[in-house]
Design a protein. Structure first.
Ligand code: ADP
Ligand code: 5GP
Length: 212
């Protein structure tokens, strides 16, 4: 289920769009986007922006595909050199979007999907108001969210799970600041809804994203 809050008219036709996917940790951003990126209609049109982060790699995560895992010193160097377009600090770690890759993508007309927190979503909306579409992924409940965070990776410590759930409670209050809200109850339905939002925004009304 989703709610549309804003239209995106008069955008620069030749430029790519930025689809910013936000939501609490464990709400399903990575999983849903992964499914959408596998669909026949979207895999040629949409690429995922790969952030840099100073947090350690989880089992199953791939360098350069999920994140670029870098040291705090490297993050500071990139930031000082103005190569980071937007960034955030989450549970003591830094996360950021590199400027060159994003601007290249926009200029070439390629659409990009980014999994960012609210700070990042609002920053991109300010920087590229006509080209940014924000989508909030809502978990069915906090109980289910806790279960998903715990089930995701055996390395997540119980106290970190609780910190992520506490942050989620605050994040859920801000869902109205997004263009769309997608509830991630049933995975297949939520992925199809996210795919349909993206197709609608890029102007491909005729097709539907089939996410199995
Ligand atoms: P995020 O990227 O928002 O932090 P993930 O995509 O890593 O969240 O999802 C967290 C966990 O929840 C993963 O183990 C994923 O497989 C699971 N998950 C995601 N969506 C659903 C869903 N609709 N039903 C059940 N499990 C889900
Ligand atoms: P995680 O550790 O669960 O992968 O990510 C923690 C939080 O950081 C999530 O809300 C995620 O969307 C956000 N995040 C990841 N990369 C970036 C980024 O480059 N910029 C911003 N602003 N947030 C990010």
């Amino acid at each position: 289920m989703s709610v549309q809050k804003a239209g995106h008219k008069n955008r620069h036709k030749k430029q790519g769009l930025l689809f910013v996917i936000s939501g609490p940790s464990g709400s399903g951003k990575t999983t849903l986007l992964g499914k959408v990126l596998l669909t026949k209609v979207l895999r040629r049109k949409l690429a995922k922006s790969i952030s840099v982060t100073t947090r350690s790699q989880r089992s199953g995560e791939r360098e350069g595909q999920d994140y670029f895992f870098i040291s705090p010193a490297e993050f500071r160097r990139l930031h000082k050199a103005k190569k980071i377009l937007e960034w955030t600090r989450y549970l003591g770690y830094y996360y950021g979007t590199k400027k060159d890759a994003l601007e290249k993508s926009l200029a070439s007309g390629r659409h990009l999907a980014l999994c960012l927190d609210m700070r990042g979503a609002l920053r991109l909306k300010r920087l590229y108001p006509k080209n940014t579409v924000t989508v909030f992924i809502e978990p069915p409940s906090l109980k289910e969210l806790r279960k998903r965070i715990a089930g995701r990776c055996c390395q997540t410590k119980p106290e970190e799970i609780e910190r992520r759930v506490r942050l989620a409670q605050a994040e859920l209050k801000n869902s109205r600041r997004y263009d769309y809200v997608v509830k991630n109850n049933n995975l297949t339905q939520a992925a199809a809804r996210l795919g349909d939002i993206i197709l609608k925004e890029i102007g491909d009304f005729k097709t539907t994203a089939r996410c199995n």
